[in-house]
Design a protein around this ligand. Structure first.
Ligand SMILES: Cc1cc2nc3c(=O)[nH]c(=O)nc-3n(C[C@H](O)[C@H](O)[C@H](O)COP(=O)(O)OP(=O)(O)OC[C@H]3O[C@@H](n4cnc5c(N)ncnc54)[C@H](O)[C@@H]3O)c2cc1C
Length: 408
């Protein structure tokens, strides 16, 4: 690329700053400008991870890492070879920000404060002479032979040789309308990563009960997930539910968040195998039925609740319970149905499923396949990860590649 080119980054979030800094490092002679529609920058970085910013997830196997993205898995696996979690850790370390790993592999700045990431980015854009233009909402982008004309709301047109779009995710399709002149296909954006509101709140009396390994399935579909679950005062939360909401985001949107789930509280037992296990206990010992919570390692409050639901007095001896009733209790443990009506955002953290169609982007460069000179990074793409630092990692990786402004 020849010197003195005008490179415009649209959106001053995580992907925008990372793209701007790396672009300027790659092309020191170029004029790099960030256009931001609001009067603030890095808003999500600030509040992310409860104000601590879960910058990435310590997973050095790119194939494993990419499995955490219901949308973008295949494309990101390729992109992670260019900029991986290891590169993220090294990049921030070089800027003086040490990332530390927690027991569950989430990584945070050692200060435990998202301000460290913000300071690092702000200092870099000052030092590198990157222009930041606030209150500059991009309304249209037009391609004119060799350059782009960018219309900013209430302002004159802005000229760019290259554009990197990092405008993030929105649930309203109109938020992507500034791309319409370029005929870029937008996959319908819908929410991802949320918890389930149960219609009958009876189970909420168990609020605070968690189980380490359950299977949650969406009835009548192949969507399911194994993992920890937490019962809340509105329904179900925890990784099993959050990941499932992410996997089934489009389906759940289409059914207006009114659907049925089946929980297998044992994780992998079938009704029949559990029944055989309980029969053996019944034949050997004369314990009360509720004591089986120790044998099958489930919380006693949950067992009492499920027994009552099965019409069994939890204090009855095993021997007093008919095999038929014991079998229906096993069915309730392994195939426990709930109707879900509505969703609740998880700790205010939400991501968008949908956005710029991945089929139209070359992941070797992040350039549009249709229009040369325009690149995409971050959540504006139809990429979303589960909770745990994966969404930021996708932003760093795609922004790093886009910042190379490669043309194939
Ligand atoms: C509360 C919360 C907590 C989160 N916590 C984590 C976490 O700990 N770890 C993790 O990995 N992920 C987390 N996420 C998700 C993560 O924050 C996002 O995936 C990530 O910020 C996306 O970065 P981005 O730069 O693509 O988009 P954004 O951060 O959304 O930035 C886009 C920017 O573009 C601007 N913009 C939009 N349209 C225009 C326009 N037309 N013209 C000019 N500017 C425009 C917006 O104002 C915004 O500043 C969290 C999300 C939320 C909401």
């Amino acid at each position: 690329m020849s010197a003195n080119k005008n490179i415009v980054i649209i959106g001053a979030g995580a992907a925008g700053y990372f793209a701007a800094i790396n672009t300027k490092l790659n092309y020191p002679e170029a004029q790099v400008t960030i256009l931001e529609k609001s009067n603030k920058t890095l808003q999500k970085v600030k509040i992310s991870g409860g104000g601590r910013c879960n910058v990435t997830h310590y997973c050095l196997d790119n194939a494993l890492l990419s499995r955490n993205y219901p949308r973008g898995q295949k494309e990101l696996q390729q992109a992670f070879h260019v900029f991986s979690v290891k590169d993220t850790i090294a990049w921030f370390k070089q800027q003086g920000v040490q990332l530390v790993k927690e027991h569950d592999n989430r990584m945070f700045p050692s200060s435990n404060n998202s301000q460290s990431i913000i300071d690092c980015f702000e200092q870099n854009i000052k030092k590198l002479g990157i222009k930041l233009w606030l209150n500059a909402e991009v309304q249209t982008i037009e391609k004119n032979s060799s350059h782009f004309d960018i219309q900013i709301k209430g302002k004159e047109k802005y000229y760019a040789d290259y554009v990197i779009v990092t405008t993030g995710g929105y649930f309203q399709k109109e938020a992507y309308s500034f791309l319409s002149c370029l005929r870029i296909n937008i996959v319908n954006p819908v929410p991802s990563l949320f918890t389930f509101n149960v219609a009958n709140k009876e189970v909420c009396q168990l609020m605070g009960v968690s189980v380490a390994e359950v299977e949650v399935k969406i009835s009548g579909t192949n969507y399911s997930h194994y993992g920890p679950i937490l019962i809340t005062h509105w329904g179900f939360s925890g990784p099993a539910v959050l990941v499932l909401s992410s996997k089934a985001a489009e389906f759940l949107y289409d059914c207006k968040y009114d659907f049925d789930i089946i929980i297998n509280w044992t994780g992998k037992h079938h009704t029949d195998s559990l029944f055989q296990q309980l029969l053996q206990i019944k034949n050997k010992s004369n314990i009360t039925i509720r004591s089986i919570y120790k044998e099958i390692q489930l919380p006693s409050r949950l067992i009492d609740f499920l027994l009552t639901k099965s019409g069994i007095d939890p204090h009855k001896k095993m021997a007093e319970i008919s095999n038929k009733l014991l079998n229906s209790f096993c069915r309730i443990i392994c195939e426990n149905n709930y109707n879900i009506k509505g969703k609740t955002t998880f700790k205010e953290e939400f991501v968008t499923c949908g956005g710029v169609d991945l089929k139209e982007v070359n992941f070797k460069t992040m350039e549009s396949k249709k229009i040369k000179g325009i690149y995409f990074a971050g959540e504006v793409l139809n990429i979303d990860g589960v909770t745990g630092g994966f969404n930021f990692q996708a932003a760093w990786t795609t922004a790093y590649i886009a910042a190379q402004l490669k043309e194939l």
